[in-house]
Write a protein that binds this ligand. Structure first.
Ligand SMILES: *[C@@H]1O[C@H](CO)[C@@H](O)[C@H](O)[C@H]1NC(C)=O
Ligand SMILES: *[C@@H]1O[C@H](CO)[C@@H](O)[C@H](O)[C@H]1NC(C)=O
Length: 626
């Protein structure tokens, strides 16, 4: 109950507000100019408003029909203020739209004034509105030799939220060919202009519908949806990609097919509403310009640039007639310092024009995507359009090396025209410069890992993969060589002991001193005993190495080696035993004081055997060397 009362009270207040504001302001004079030269309708109106009420007024209103409001691309209201004295004292101040409301079939925009209009005071301001899709081709289909005619509906009276004392309207046409027009006296036609008014004392929101039917051969280039992707790379560039896949001539459709012969034979009279080229005004330092044109409908392009501008002209293979499409993607890059700046507080901002660089194109829906560097935070945007006329959101985008993804600030606006080339969007963000190093660091690490594995690979001399039998055979071979060389060393030690003992025995035969020989025998025995363990271990290693023959044995070599070594060790052991036997005989013979003849007779067979064993061992040992 209380809520309902509050609501009705609020409504009452609102009505009263509206009534009082509408009542107190009167338009003493309004002059409107409607530019119908292109496919975009541009309306500029000079207003003189007077405050007839006692209360000062701080707001002004502007009205559009709801159909117009659907198609308004651009709206700006400027008030002339005089600052100081002199010629250039007058400055234009933009009035911000603070709210809008629907009243029947009319949308009323409320704008804030920089200072109030006092009782009896007159204020002067100018409104400028650009509208799309207001000109309808009529007829809808034409032949190649026809001109394009369009119909335009408006009202002879300016749509005003306030009563208008005196008003005039002038429609500027692109040609003097005017098929028909609605007369609302006084109406005057002069060359390419149609003048309505002056009319006096017209009520607020009063309309007088009129229709103009005239020639307009402008190519109606329209993109239903344009995605402009702006990618910031702190490594020095801003990359811009624009997708014109839905670009078409939306003027009167061509009927009866296209004749290149006729087109070339009658230049200027044939295909007058077709478009021959598209001109883009790119940022001054735009570089790496490219376009992707999948169906090859663009035959040539020219890139002109001087210190003030860079212009790209695309020329379709055929002149583009109504209903035809020319889909393509345009890309270019701009040096970072031209578009990204540092604010005083250390944050950064991108300053980029919102509109398409192709001036004469109408964009029904423009999606601006600003892809910020990875690691950006505190992202926000300053958009030069009134609240409610655009949408914004944030997304994430992942590319190859991204770890946390990039923030994408998306701004979507319906209806975009050339004026938006001069409207800049600011996208503010903060950025940790260390974040910049993440990707290169990852690359460096990846390369490091790669090289490290290369080094490891060459270090281990993997000529082949580890799993192959060739590799295993190689390993086995290395182990065998290792065992053999150790074996030779041990045998060398034993041989030295053996040689010492032989020398000692010769001395006994010469001097008859057996004490020294006994001591030498003891030393030699110790060496043989300890080294025989080593020999046994080495033989075991060799045998176990050879047991696991990788793959199928390509040669019989491994087992040959084992037998050879086994034989060698047996023979060597035998030889040592024979030497020990010989020493024992000699010592024994000397102790028993046997005759030289007897000694010789007993030693001879042992000596013979020892000699042959020594030869065999020597042969076996040298055969192991290869
Ligand atoms: C390419 O151009 C030709 C002639 O201009 C047109 O007929 C055709 O529809 C175009 N292709 C596309 C995919 O629009
Ligand atoms: C953004 O760029 C426009 C055009 O170059 C310039 O007029 C404007 O002052 C810039 N804005 C900021 C905040 O830097």
């Amino acid at each position: 109950m209380a809520r309902a009362m509050a609501l009705s009270l609020l409504l009452l207040v609102a009505c009263f507000n509206l009534a009082s504001a509408a009542d107190s302001l009167t338009v003493v004079r309004a002059d409107r100019k409607v530019d119908l030269l292109t496919q975009v309708v541009r309306v500029s109106t000079a207003w003189k408003v007077q405050n007839n009420g006692a209360e000062p007024v701080r707001e002004v209103k502007l009205a559009l029909t709801s159909e117009q409001a659907e198609r308004v691309a651009f709206m700006e209201v400027v008030i002339k203020e005089t600052k100081g004295k002199g010629k250039n004292a007058a400055v234009g101040l933009l009035l911000p739209v603070i709210r809008y409301s629907q009243e029947g079939s009319v949308i009323v925009y409320t704008l804030a004034l920089p200072r109030e209009i006092k009782e009896g005071e007159i204020a002067t301001f100018e409104s400028y509105v650009a509208l799309t899709h207001q000109l309808k081709p009529f007829p809808e289909e034409i032949t190649q030799s026809d001109s394009q005619l369009v119909k335009y509906h408006d009202t002879a009276y300016i749509l005003s939220p306030y009563p208008v004392k005196v008003q005039t309207t002038m429609f500027k046409l692109s040609s003097s060919r005017l098929e028909s027009f609605t007369k609302v006296n006084p109406t005057k036609v002069a060359d390419t202009e149609v003048r309505y008014g002056p009319y006096e004392d017209v009520e607020a929101l009063e309309r007088k519908p009129i229709t103009l039917h005239f020639e307009n051969n402008q190519p109606f280039a329209v993109v239903e949806e344009l995605v402009r992707e702006i990618e910031i790379s702190h490594w020095g560039n801003v990359y811009i990609t624009e997708n014109y896949n839905k670009l078409a001539h939306q003027g009167a459709r061509l009927k009866g097919g296209f004749s290149r012969f006729e087109y070339q034979a009658r230049p200027g009279a044939s295909g007058v509403s077709a478009f021959r080229h598209l001109l883009a005004k790119l940022p001054v330092h735009a570089n790496s310009v490219y376009y992707r044109d999948e169906i090859g409908n663009i035959s040539t392009s020219h890139l002109r640039s001087d210190f003030r501008r860079t212009e790209l002209e695309l020329e379709p293979r055929y002149p583009l007639f109504g209903g035809w499409k020319v889909p393509f993607t345009l890309g270019y890059s701009v040096p970072l310092q031209d578009l990204v700046f540092k604010a005083a507080d250390g944050s950064r901002y991108l300053n980029i024009s919102f509109g398409s660089p192709f001036g004469n194109i109408v964009v029904d829906k423009l999606i601006l995507k600003v892809v910020l560097p990875e690691g950006s935070y505190d992202v926000s945007a300053t958009v030069p359009f009134p609240e409610g006329s655009f949408e914004q959101r944030q997304e994430k985008k992942f590319s190859y090396l991204d770890t946390v993804g990039r923030t994408v600030h998306v701004i979507v606006k319906k209806n975009s025209v050339m004026e938006h080339q001069f409207k800049n969007v600011l996208v503010h963000y903060r950025f940790n410069p260390l974040g910049m190093l993440v990707e290169p660091l990852m690359l460096v690490l990846a390369f490091f890992a790669f090289f490290a594995s290369c080094i490891a690979y060459t270090h281990f001399d993997f000529t082949l993969s580890k799993s192959t039998s060739a590799y295993l055979a190689q390993v086995q071979r290395d182990q065998v060589i290792d065992v053999i060389s150790k074996l030779q060393k041990v045998l060398g030690i034993r041989q030295t002991a053996e040689e010492r003992l032989e020398a000692s025995l010769k001395d006994v035969l010469r001097t008859g001193d057996i004490t020294a020989c006994k001591a030498d025998r003891k030393n030699a025995d110790a060496v043989w005993k300890s080294t025989s363990k080593d020999l046994k271990a080495l033989l075991d290693t060799l045998q176990s190495t050879m047991k696991t023959v990788p793959g199928k044995p390509s040669t019989t070599k491994p087992s040959v080696i084992v037998t050879k070594v086994e034989t060698l060790l047996l023979k060597e052991k035998e030889m040592v035993e024979k030497l020990q036997q010989k020493q024992t005989f000699i010592v024994d013979a000397y102790e028993r004081k046997l005759s030289g003849k007897e000694i010789d007779a007993r030693i001879a067979p042992v000596q013979e055997k020892l000699e042959s064993l020594r030869q065999e061992v020597s042969n076996l040992r040298s055969s192991l060397e290869d």
